[in-house]
Design a binder for this molecule. Sequence first.
Ligand SMILES: Cc1cc2nc3c(=O)[nH]c(=O)nc-3n(C[C@H](O)[C@H](O)[C@H](O)COP(=O)(O)O)c2cc1C
Length: 331
Amino acid sequence: MANLSTSYLGLTLKNPLIAASSGITSKVKNLIELEKKGVSAIVLKSLFEEEIVTEMKDNFNKMGNQGFLYPETLDFYEHDTLEEESSVKYLELIREAKKNIEIPVIASINCVTAGQWTYFPKEIQNAGADALELNLFILPTDLKRSSQENEQVYFSIIEEVKKQVSIPIAVKTSYYFSNLLQMLTRISESGIQGLVMFNRFYSPDIDIEKLEITNGYVLSHPEDLSLTLRWIAVLAERVSCDLAATTGIHGSKELIKVLLAGANVGEIASVLYSQGFDSITKMLQELDSWMEVKSYASIDDFRGILSQANISSPAAYERVQFMKYFKGYKE
Ligand SMILES: Cc1cc2nc3c(=O)[nH]c(=O)nc-3n(C[C@H](O)[C@H](O)[C@H](O)COP(=O)(O)O)c2cc1C
């Protein structure tokens, strides 16, 4: 057996495969099963900022008036779709997880403002979470807000959360920035310990028979890896924080690729839904066999050897036009 251990957010992990945040990681029985199948850490289902703030219903009108809440959030309240005690249940989930599994438990909060919810990370830390993943995304659809204003929100949130906790913080981000590399580098320098690239978002689709808006593809496909792979490779060696790759890891091949590009770990969700939890064991066995064939004794022996900084033709990651390489493709 090769040594699959790696480090992420200052935690020593037995291998580089983490269960990403999803509905699956909201149930303790699943967490126990995921650990048995071999994942090295688990990111719990995100608690939404709106769910935390729900518990402050008394302050609701005041917050709305002060612009802390987005219209979508106000909508949530009006339709009363949130369980009143979600945040209490979330702390219970963390405590139960810590009681039942030995691998690190990473809590996750989805947030879009640096508003009143930011007291809550301390509760998460007190409940025993080993780290916190901040799931940050502001879809830039408000024409009145400048890019700088949108970007500043990320830093304000990180700053507020950092004041509350001493556990490591990872930021899970999107790729919707005009200068992605600069933004990710700035986030990495904001005192966090890891970047998780990239989140997968709910996307609308259209049913042309019913003329209705429907859900787009919820689960990813292995082809979706290419975006993650490029930016992990470009960012590795450029930032001092750790990198987690997510979106498109469906098998050992994709996991090996992101490690070669420089990721510390891969986070998986879709494959757990589409192929079940046995896919974890298979991926880890295949990673081990591949390392044996290549004579790598540990993950560090090959991690990042194909990052942009470590290859002789770094332009390979910057190529965006098909022109020269696919001239004549299936003509
Ligand atoms: C059904 C489902 C629910 C998810 N819920 C969350 C969530 O609550 N918080 C979060 O940060 N990511 C969530 N994700 C995104 C996953 O954590 C993961 O980053 C993304 O799906 C890309 O990985 P994959 O290609 O392995 O699916 C969810 C994904 C799926 C498929």
